[in-house]
Design a protein around this ligand. Sequence first.
Ligand code: FES
Length: 157
Amino acid sequence: MSDCPQEPEPNSSISRRAFLRAGAAAAGACYAAALGYPVYEYLATAAHKAEAEGAQKEVVLNDIDKLPIPSALMFKFGGRPALLIRHGESSWTALSAVCTHLGCTVQFSPEKNQIFCACHGGIYDPATGANVSGPPPKPLSPYRVVVDQGKAVISRA
Ligand code: FES
């Protein structure tokens, strides 16, 4: 028989408690990561888009001499929609296609010779981008267009 009575090891309950605390902390960290990652992804994407918009200096569009008169070609400038509008044989306009009201993408109507926003009925002048009617508070932002031999070079105005 042993002289020492069996006593509970004092450290075993502490280590079990510590283990449970560590497990709870790890679960909390996973929960926080699961909540925080989508927020991080959203903000990182927005920052990346803003950087891409500022970084792009020009867009080159080929074979634009094949566009009918009048018509428009939708393209992206810095990740945002834009319109190249052909008014005549050598008459061109490039405008942002982001409505200045709430940011919907506008479209060109050759039948009515106008740019319209289907979201709330905003109308713009296709030659200047001026807001003509409806809720848009400002004109569409213009781009500079240089056309040579069927190729358009579009840059910030
Ligand atoms: S978003 Fe274009 S008119 Fe409202």
